[in-house]
Design a protein around this ligand. Structure first.
Ligand SMILES: [Ca+2]
Ligand SMILES: [Ca+2]
Ligand SMILES: [Ca+2]
Length: 146
C-alpha cells in the first residue's frame, strides 16, 4: 500500500569540480572514477549503486581552475521514498603504480518530507561545514520530482 507521505524523486549528479588531481605536480590530468550509493531505509530498504563512467572506465580531469569542471548530468537514484535518503559518493584517482588515490567522501542525509528536498545542492551555500564543498573536490547535486 503506498504511503501517503511518499514521493517519487530523482537524484542527479550535475557536475563535479576537481581541486586536486591527486597526481605529481607535472601531471595535468588525473584519471577519475566515481561510485555513488543512494540508500533509503524506507520501503523495506532501497539501495542504488552507480559507477561513473563505468567499472572499467575513467574520466580524465585537470585541476587547473579553468578546466576542472566535469559536467555529468547522471541520474544516481530514482524511486519512491517516504522520509529518508542517504547519498554517498566516493571518488578514486587511478594510478598504474601503487594504490589509487581517494578523494574526500561526499555524504548527505535527507530527512522528513521529500518534497522539501527538491533543489540544487552546491558548494558555498552552507558555510564552513558545507557537505558539497570537500577539501579536494566539489559536487553539484540536484533532487527533482520524478
Ligand atoms: Ca595519483
Ligand atoms: Ca593517475
Ligand atoms: Ca551546499
Amino acid at each position: 500500500m503506498p504511503d501517503a507521505n511518499g514521493a517519487r524523486i530523482r537524484v542527479i549528479l550535475r557536475m563535479v569540480q576537481i581541486h586536486d588531481n591527486l597526481e605529481p605536480a607535472w601531471e595535468d590530468e588525473g584519471e577519475f572514477r566515481f561510485t555513488a550509493t543512494v540508500k533509503s531505509r524506507n520501503r523495506g530498504g532501497i539501495e542504488q549503486r552507480t559507477v561513473l563512467p563505468g567499472e572499467q572506465d575513467h574520466y580524465k580531469v585537470m585541476d587547473n581552475p579553468a578546466w576542472n569542471r566535469l559536467k555529468l548530468d547522471k541520474t544516481l537514484f530514482e524511486g519512491e521514498v517516504d522520509d529518508h535518503l542517504e547519498v554517498e559518493i566516493l571518488g578514486e584517482e587511478l594510478d598504474l603504480v601503487g594504490p589509487n588515490d581517494q578523494l574526500e567522501r561526499y555524504h548527505r542525509v535527507f530527512h522528513g518530507d521529500p518534497s522539501e528536498w527538491i533543489g540544487l545542492y552546491h558548494p558555498g551555500d552552507e558555510g564552513s561545514s558545507d557537505p558539497e564543498r570537500m577539501s579536494n573536490w566539489w559536487i553539484y547535486l540536484e533532487v527533482e520530482k520524478a
